[in-house]
Write a protein that binds this ligand. Structure first.
Ligand code: NDP
Length: 331
């Protein structure tokens, strides 16, 4: 039988295993104009949490009783479609099923070896593009400036900091464990790393670590961590608002300090974005990321969880920081 994972109910607060339903569906046969896909690697992402709520957003909510979807790398195992030969690797926004039928819509062919596939869910996929375009288009880094990034040891954050270094910035990462803080400095070459869980006063810790103030704040987490960074920004600071994972499980609207006086008096540019806003720039961004990776200027971390049945837990674990770099489930 073909395994599938459905949304069982809408999570309240922190998502739980029983918000998901493990089910099966019939064995599938591709028809003319279709391919049969076998899932190989599945991306779990914080934004999926928003799609589990019944609220209007930039993507429609998941429906109860229907499969969850996310970025998936699959292999074409049977084809009646002229564009996709059997054995081709593809990526696309697909359903959490071991096998599924596609008419090819939205599938990208991946002309790479099997061992490079996961890169296309991470550094050469959505999270790498998010890091590069959010930083360069909104952060506009200049050599000598101070860049602070939150969620720094995750898929997006670890790439943001490295690009900041390539561009000559002084880079400070904020993360949730000492091990991740050490990794930021050793593997990703950040200048400084702060553990937000053990810093008694984060505002002061940032002030000490950034004596010249903060010119760019790449925000992946929102909430109190971002309040502490904002208290340290310089005039004309740029603040790409990429994510707010610390708030995704809130059941009530979180109220923090009012930001307008800081944004006003610092003439700061705080701008939210969804990566699709920059879709016209994907080819050039991908080329740059690929070149840097090949030249050894960028590196990456992946946390690979084994087994289809572990998909929901891997997703839940994003909210307690179990991942270093990109969280991926191998099927
Ligand atoms: P990550 O790989 O960074 O994984 C999530 C990380 O968030 C965890 O490892 C954890 O690290 C940290 N975290 C979890 N809960 C909290 C909390 N309460 N407070 C602070 N940190 C927390 O995920 P991604 O790199 O995929 O995504 C990073 C952010 O970027 C997310 O907010 C996501 O929604 C956003 N995003 C936005 C996109 C866009 O188009 N705007 C596209 C892609 C991602 P730690 O151990 O350090 O706490």
């Amino acid at each position: 039988m073909n395994k599938v994972i459905l949304l069982n109910k809408r999570p309240v607060g922190q998502p739980r295993i029983d918000d998901f339903k493990f089910s099966t569906c019939d064995t599938l046969v591709a028809q003319t104009g279709q391919v049969l896909l076998k899932a190989l690697y599945v991306s779990v992402d914080p934004y999926l949490r928003g799609r589990m709520n019944d609220s209007k957003s930039y993507v429609p909510p998941f429906e109860i009783g229907k499969p969850i979807q996310s970025g998936i790398i699959a292999e074409v195992v049977d084809s009646f479609h002229d564009d996709f030969k059997k054995g081709t690797f593809v990526s696309g926004n697909l359903e959490w099923k071991e096998f599924q039928i596609s008419d090819g819509t939205g599938l990208n062919k991946l002309n790479v070896s099997k061992k490079e596939l996961t890169l296309h869910l991470g550094i050469l996929g959505m999270t790498g593009l998010t890091a590069y375009l959010g930083l360069t288009e909104i952060g506009v880094p200049k050599a000598g400036e101070t860049l602070v990034v939150s969620g720094a040891a995750g898929a997006v954050g670890s790439v943001v900091g490295q690009i900041g270094k390539i561009m000559g910035c002084n880079v400070v990462g904020i993360t949730g464990t000492d091990e991740k803080a050490a990794l930021l400095k050793s593997k990703f070459k950040f200048d400084h790393a702060i553990n937000y869980k053990t810093s008694p006063n984060l505002t002061e810790a940032i002030q000490k670590t950034c004596p010249q103030g903060v010119d760019i704040y790449y925000d992946n987490v929102g909430g109190e961590i971002s309040d502490a960074v904002l208290a340290n920004i310089n005039k004309h600071a740029r603040l790409p608002v990429c994510g707010a994972i610390s708030l995704y499980n809130n059941t009530e609207v979180s109220i923090g300090p009012r930001l307008q006086p800081i944004i006003l008096t610092k003439s700061a540019n705080m701008r939210g974005f969804i990566i699709g806003d920059f879709s016209a720039k994907f080819p050039e961004a991908l080329k740059q990321l690929t070149d840097w990776l090949a030249a050894g200027k960028l590196t990456y971390a992946e946390t690979i969880v084994d087994g289809f049945d572990n998909l929901p837990q891997a997703f839940i674990d994003l909210f307690s920081g179990k991942n270093e770099g990109k969280m991926i489930v191998k099927i």
